[in-house]
Design a protein around this ligand. Structure first.
Ligand SMILES: Cc1cc2nc3c(=O)[nH]c(=O)nc-3n(C[C@H](O)[C@H](O)[C@H](O)COP(=O)(O)OP(=O)(O)OC[C@H]3O[C@@H](n4cnc5c(N)ncnc54)[C@H](O)[C@@H]3O)c2cc1C
Length: 394
């Protein structure tokens, strides 16, 4: 059986930046299990859906991002055995390790919304969250001249869910400039009572929704999708409602963690099956040698790439501290939900676990939409991501 000192599951933002950081810290035997040939900088997907980027801007071959000195096992994990510190892969390999870090992200829960997968196959639904469909989003939105259009924010757990508002608000700005906004019935489903749960940010967003004339259905979820007649059944505490004649649905699927996490006894709750960790130290509550960060970890805060910058830093320090039996550092739940309120203005919405403002630039109000923050999010951050974050330098 093959052995590695540190085995990282998943080659997304979390897995790649952590592996790079550990190698920079001086570890020599770090392996990543990751099946996919392409790495994506996911925040740009929303800019593809808003007509401001292409898929080529956000995709790189995995071979370009796996750090030098890291062993890349091109396979996917199907089972984990915490007692034996082993994982089994789809290809039939058994891998043993001293330290295991789980960062496989979330998977789409198509069964949660009957009919939605067919709606995607049909092309009537598409979203920035399903990369295969993302290039269709902006052409579909900009071809609308009237009728009804639906957007959804996915319920938790979701990958930076409130950013699903980006294509909505960029499209509204476009429709207004094109003179067709008043001919469109724009509807938004929010899974909770407010868009972000952060009062200062919600105030800004509620103003934007009112300004564009968006009908907001709160505490609402897609129950099912009748893709053949272009209808969506919505459930909310006040009952069921069928939205008919929807011309296009930017309908984001619901999410859950991969099932092998709960099957291995590492989740507190099989649904949604997130890795049960101490949200401060990032260590599993079920095994001293297992840790988790990123979208699949239950960190009691909204998952985001921005949050990962801090998680990677703290986890690399904590792995070292654990080896030396020193006190562990604590993650304050810092996260970010950057939302464009128009084509070229963006609110950063950086907060800690309690929802308190936590600006990266001292004294900057993270709830004021600005033009330079849009430019930073669209053009500067992607460069920082490829050159520094994925190389373990941030
Ligand atoms: C549309 C969209 C927009 C976003 N916008 C923003 C934003 O503006 N700002 C922000 O900060 N964050 C944003 N995010 C969130 C951010 O991209 C995620 O929080 C981040 O990518 C999570 O990284 P991760 O490595 O945990 O998960 P992922 O990026 O999902 O990576 C997980 C990897 O694990 C692999 N994997 C899965 N199962 C297995 C297995 N069984 N074995 C091995 N490997 C496996 C997957 O193939 C995948 O590559 C956005 C996300 C989306 C989807």
């Amino acid at each position: 059986m093959r052995h590695h000192e540190v085995l990282v599951i998943g080659g997304g933002n979390a897995g790649i930046s952590l592996a790079a950081r550990l190698l920079r810290d001086g570890l020599t035997d770090v392996a990543i299990v990751a099946p996919q040939p392409v790495h994506r900088y996911k925040p740009l997907l929303n800019y593809v859906g808003g007509g401001q980027a292409t898929m080529a801007d956000l995709e790189r071959p995995m071979s370009d991002v796996v750090p030098d000195g890291c062993t890349w096992i091109r396979d996917s994990v199907v089972a984990v055995d915490p007692a034996g510190m082993t994982v089994r892969t789809r290809g039939g390999a058994e891998l043993h390790c001293s330290t295991l870090v789980l960062c496989p992200g979330l998977v789409e829960d198509w069964d949660a919304t009957p009919g939605l997968l067919q709606a995607y196959a049909d092309g009537w639904a598409a979203s920035t969250y399903v990369p295969g469909s993302t290039p269709q989003v902006w052409p579909r939105l900009t071809s609308l001249r009237g009728g009804s259009v639906l957007f959804t924010v996915p319920p938790e757990p979701a990958s930076c869910g409130p950013t699903a508002l980006k294509p909505l608000l960029m499209a509204c700005d476009h429709w207004r400039r094109a003179g067709v906004l008043r001919d469109l019935d724009v509807r938004l489903l929010l899974p909770a009572a407010t868009a972000t749960g952060v009062p200062e940010a919600d105030e800004v967003l509620d103003r934007a929704f009112a300004d564009y004339g968006i009908e907001v259905l709160r505490e609402s979820r897609m129950e099912s999708v009748e893709w053949d007649v272009h209808a969506v059944t919505v459930e909310s505490p006040t009952g069921r409602r069928v939205l008919e004649d929807v011309a296009f649905a930017h309908a984001v699927p619901h999410y859950r963690a991969p099932g092998w996490i709960a099957d291995g006894g590492l989740a507190a709750d099989p649904t949604p099956g997130l890795v049960d960790v101490d949200p401060y130290t990032l260590r599993s509550r079920h095994s001293e040698s297992i840790w988790a960060i990123g979208d699949a970890a239950d960190l009691a805060t909204r998952p985001s790439g921005g949050g990962l910058r801090k998680q990677v830093d703290i986890l690399s320090a904590n792995l070292d501290a654990a080896r030396k039996e020193k006190p562990l550092r604590r993650y304050d739940g810092y996260t970010v939900m950057p939302i464009t309120v128009s084509r070229r203005r963006l609110m950063l919405d950086e907060v800690d676990r309690e929802g308190r403002a936590s600006p990266s630039v001292p004294f900057l109000d993270p709830f004021i939409p600005r033009r330079w923050t849009w430019f930073f999010d669209r053009y500067v951050l992607p460069q920082v991501y490829w050159r520094r974050i994925l190389r373990g330098k941030v």
